[in-house]
Structure formats: structure tokens, C-alpha cells
Design a protein around this ligand. Structure first.
Ligand code: FAD
Ligand code: AMP
Length: 475
């Protein structure tokens, strides 16, 4: 028997489960299919984000930050302890329980919204028919839908001659589950994931070396923020080797030997463990039946237009499996927009105002254009900035590192980009996203009352500085 739905969503990550819930809220009969299983083989909706991405990495970043602060920062507050200790299995278990709570919450939300959930692997066939192979090995299930949303996510990129073995050479999944602190950890790729997971194990005592092919550090971020971050991370002991291309890696006698090429030629590094974090690629394996009509781009992503429509009628695709930044909030917002379009409502996504965050210490967050992007586009802009070293709240808390930088159009003063490196930058950026979403000007930020003493006053001062009237720094 074939069950019929208004909307079938393939993938239960932050793109998929959110779109299924929104579709159900709009009165559509919705189903969500996800194949992810937890350690006991049970369904664990929430995708990469909840299971092996955003949430577990933040749990470990928070645990490791407490340990690091206990050792390196509490003394300045007059707090001492005999000896700091770290029990890695307890830390990992805590992380696992946070994940379990949230994935269980997603199951409840799907149920509460009357979304039919299928635990298994789905394949889209022609005419929006969907075949599901249940994870428990049961008989295949056949579904049919007026609309199908593909939200199959992404997987780590593997580089030639560096094979994952799940123990010595790992991806994010392995690096979130080490049972002890490796003495030395190599990280290939100093991008967002490499820096976050590298920071976790560095704070716990591993000697961490990041091998990065590009000549610039954090090339995606604004160059001033990148420079600032490089200085801070160096102080923390993260050893970042730029312009260093990894050629191969092999495991020998319990160690990982990595061969790299840099300006001096070929050389080798030896590590106890190696994390490969060179980016992620769309995951579409076994997703698309031969005649389903969905095309892929030459980068292997599902081809979509600006409204997330694929090349097959009434088949949509969202999140990491399509173009755009691989971020959970981007996936969710696309999912909501698509559900609303299916229900006949107007919806859109502003890709220009998607915030980015790197959860290092200090955190790095930005929205809009970087200064180098504006320069490349020949834009006429003004810049304002403010250091957290002159912010009362930051000093009171002992978090004086970092700065805010605002870029605004020279003529209209519209905000073009805001870049923050500081403690809690992930929260501070929201104000700037709102301002940009409303096409606000730097003058708007300068005139808004910011509570004192708060970190947000640094945004206020940077906006004032842009107009040469900062109060707490020279102009
Ligand atoms: P996914 O979350 O990958 O979900 C896709 C789901 O679909 C998976 O459960 C998969 O098993 C399932 N699936 C695939 N094919 C099928 C099929 N044929 N049938 C059934 N099910 C299928 N982003 C942030 O915004 N903030 C962060 O702090 C952050 N931290 C991260 C840290 C790490 C270590 C990693 C790896 C990623 C992080 N990300 C972060 C990125 C974020 O996880 C992704 O952008 C987000 O999960 C994408 O959501 P999605 O729904 O598109 O795909
Ligand atoms: P991200 O996409 O943010 O996870 O970043 C991945 C990083 O890995 C990028 O900065 C790439 O330049 C880097 N990278 C990719 N391949 C290699 C390689 N073979 N050796 C070193 N760095 C690499």
C-alpha cells in the first residue's frame, strides 16, 4: 500500500525536521524520513547538527573552556585549586546526554505536530514517489507526495592518500569521541571545524598543530579579524602552519605520519591522532532514483533555483545538499521558506544577512561583507572599530581581547558588514543582523541606547567611531 502525503521530507536535520514541522503547522499532511541511528540503533533525528556537529562540538567546547579557565584564568580572580583534573569519559558522556536530550526532543516535536516519522533510507523516484528502506531491516515502505523536500545534508570531504580509519585518522565524528587526550593532534584544515575541535583538545592539554593549505589565516573572515584571531590562538598554543599542503598520511606503529609540502619542499609531521577537516560536500548517495528528474551541479550539489526548486517539478532541496553556506540556521530558514511557499505563502531568504560564527575563544562572528570583499567590488565605504580592551564589561570579566568592526556605505551609511571577535560574539552579532535586515545605517546603531556595562557597548562605540565621534577611544 502507498501512503499519500502533501509533503514528504527526506532528511531529519535542522533543514528537514524544521521544514516538516512548519509544513504540518500550515495544515499540510507531512512525513519526515531520516536514516541516522544512535549507538543503540535507534532513530536519532536532528542530523549532523544535533548528532555530530553544532551541539556536541559546543558541549565539548564549553567543557574544555571550563578546564582551561580553571588552569589559566581563575588565578587572576583569586581563585585557586590544588590541581585541575579532566575525566574525558565523563566529559564525553555529558556531551552524549545533551545530544540525546535534543534528538529526543526533535522526535517529540515531530510527534506533537503529527508529522509521520520514518526511520530509514529514502530514495526519490519519478512522480514524487519515495521508497523507504526501514533501518530495522523491515519491508520497504512506499510513499507518494504532492511535494518532496530533499534535505540530505553533507559528509566530510576525504582527501586523496589520507584514509579515515576511525581511530588514528578521524573526521568530526571521531574527534568528538576520543576517549583520552592525545599527546599530539594534527588537524588538516584550519577552517571553522578544525579550529573548534582543535581548540577543544588543545585546551585539554594536547599539542595541536593545524596544517592549512591557504596562505591566509581564516581567509573567509575579515582580514583584521583574522589577524587578531591568529594572535589570540597563538597565545593559547595552537600551532597554525599556513601555506602547508598535506599530501598523504599513514599510520605506522600507533602514530600518524603526515607528509606535507610547503615553501621549503616536502617534510613530515608525526602525531598521535589526525583530524581531517578540509570541508564538507553534499550527500546524495542512494537518494536519487534514475528517473526522478533531479539534477546535480558539477560540484555534486543538488541544483536549485533561488526559491530552492530543483529541476523536477514540486521537488525542492534545502540545507547542506544545495548551494550556499553550510550552516544549520541557513538550512532551517530555507526549510521554513519552502514549507511556506508550498502552502502558497510568500517567503524568501536573505542570504546577505546569514550570520557566521566560529565558537573559538574569543568567538568570531560576522554578517555581511568583509573589507576585502568590498575592496574587490570597488565599493565606497567607511570603517569604524572599537577594541574590547576599552569596554568596561569586558575588562570586569577579564575578557579584554577582541574588537568590533563595522563597514558602512560611504554615501548612504547603510551597514554593509559587521565583524566581531570577542567573548559572546555569537550573541552580540544578532543586533547587527537585525540592523542589516532592516537595511539599517551605522547611525542607527550609534543612536540606539545600549545598556551599561555590556559588551554590546563596543558595537555602539564602533558605530560612533565610524562617524569620528567615539567617546571611549580616539577617533
Ligand atoms: P544534516 O544535518 O546533515 O541532516 C541530514 C540528515 O539526512 C542526516 O540525518 C542524514 O542521515 C539524513 N539523510 C541523508 N540522506 C538520507 C536518505 N536518503 N534517507 C533518509 N535520511 C537521509 N552549523 C552551524 O550553523 N553552527 C555550528 O556551530 C556548526 N557546528 C558544526 C560542527 C561540526 C563538527 C560540523 C560537522 C558541522 C557544524 N555545523 C554548524 C554545520 C551544520 O551541522 C550543518 O550545516 C547542518 O547540520 C545542515 O543541516 P541539513 O539539515 O542540511 O543536513
Ligand atoms: P572549512 O571548509 O571551513 O572546514 O575549511 C577547510 C580548510 O581546509 C580550508 O581552509 C582549506 O584550505 C583546507 N584544506 C583543504 N585541503 C587541504 C590540504 N590537503 N592540506 C591542508 N589544508 C587543506
Amino acid at each position: 500500500m502507498t501512503e499519500k502525503f502533501d509533503v514528504v521530507v527526506i532528511g531529519g536535520g535542522p533543514g528537514g525536521y524544521v521544514s516538516a514541522i512548519r509544513a504540518a503547522q500550515l495544515g499540510l499532511k507531512a512525513a519526515c524520513i531520516d536514516m541516522y541511528s544512535d549507538r543503540e540503533g535507534k532513530a536519532s533525528p536532528g542530523g549532523t547538527c544535533l548528532n555530530v556537529g553544532c551541539i556536541p562540538s559546543k558541549a565539548l567546547l564549553d567543557s574544555s573552556k571550563h578546564y582551561y579557565h580553571l588552569q589559566h584564568e581563575f588565578a587572576a580572580h583569586g581563585i585557586s585549586t590544588d590541581k585541575a583534573g579532566i575525566d574525558v569519559p565523563t566529559m564525553i558522556e555529558r556531551k552524549n546526554s545533551v545530544v540525546k536530550k535534543l534528538t529526543g526532543g526533535v522526535s517529540q516535536l515531530l510527534k506533537g505536530n503529527k508529522v509521520a516519522f520514518y526511520h530509514g533510507k529514502a530514495m526519490l523516484q519519478a512522480g514524487r514517489k519515495v521508497d523507504v528502506m526501514p533501518a530495522d531491516g523491515g519491508d520497504p515502505v512506499k510513499l507518494e507526495a504532492e511535494n518532496v523536500i530533499l534535505a540530505s545534508g553533507s559528509v566530510p570531504i576525504q582527501i586523496p592518500n589520507v584514509a579515515f580509519d576511525g581511530e588514528f585518522i578521524v573526521d568530526n565524528v571521531g574527534a568528538l569521541d576520543f576517549t583520552e587526550v592525545p599527546e599530539t593532534l594534527g588537524v588538516i584544515g584550519a577552517g571553522v571545524i578544525g579550529l573548534e575541535l582543535g581548540s577543544v583538545w588543545n585546551r585539554l592539554g594536547a599539542k595541536v598543530t593545524l596544517l592549512e593549505a591557504l596562505p591566509d589565516f581564516l581567509a573567509l573572515a575579515d582580514k583584521d579579524i583574522g589577524k587578531h584571531a591568529a594572535r589570540e590562538f597563538k597565545k593559547q598554543g595552537l600551532d597554525v602552519r599556513l601555506d602547508t599542503m598535506v599530501k598523504s598520511a599513514e599510520v605506522s606503529k600507533g602514530k600518524v605520519i603526515v607528509t606535507v609540502e610547503d615553501a621549503k619542499g616536502e617534510s613530515q609531521y608525526t602525531f598521535d591522532r589526525l583530524l581531517v577537516s578540509v570541508g564538507r560536500k553534499a550527500y546524495t548517495e542512494g537518494l536519487l532514483g534514475e528517473d526522478c528528474g533531479v539534477s546535480l551541479t558539477d560540484r555534486g550539489q543538488i541544483e536549485v533555483d533561488e526559491n530552492s526548486k530543483t529541476t523536477a517539478p514540486d521537488v525542492w532541496a534545502i540545507g547542506d545538499c544545495v548551494r550556499g553556506p553550510m550552516l544549520a540556521h541557513k538550512a532551517s530558514e530555507e526549510g521554513i521558506a519552502v514549507a511556506e511557499m508550498i502552502a502558497g505563502k510568500p517567503a524568501h531568504i536573505h542570504f546577505d544577512t546569514v550570520p557566521w560564527v566560529v565558537y573559538t575563544d574569543p568567538e568570531i562572528a560576522w554578517v555581511g561583507r568583509t573589507e576585502q570583499e568590498l575592496q574587490a567590488a570597488g565599493a565606497d565605504y567607511r570603517t569604524g572599530s572599537f577594541p574590547f580592551g576599552a569596554n568596561g564589561r569586558a575588562l570586569a570579566g577579564g575578557h579584554a581581547a577582541g574588537m568590533v568592526k563595522i563597514l558602512a556605505d560611504k554615501e548612504t551609511d547603510e551597514i554593509l558588514g559587521v565583524h566581531i571577535i570577542s567573548v559572546n560574539a555569537s550573541e552580540l552579532i544578532s543586533e547587527c543582523v537585525v540592523a542589516m535586515e532592516f537595511q539599517g545605517s551605522s547611525e542607527d546603531l550609534a543612536r540606539i541606547i545600549h545598556a551599561h556595562p555590556t559588551l554590546s557597548e563596543a558595537i555602539h562605540e564602533a558605530a560612533l567611531h565610524l562617524d569620528g565621534r567615539a567617546i571611549h577611544r580616539g577617533n
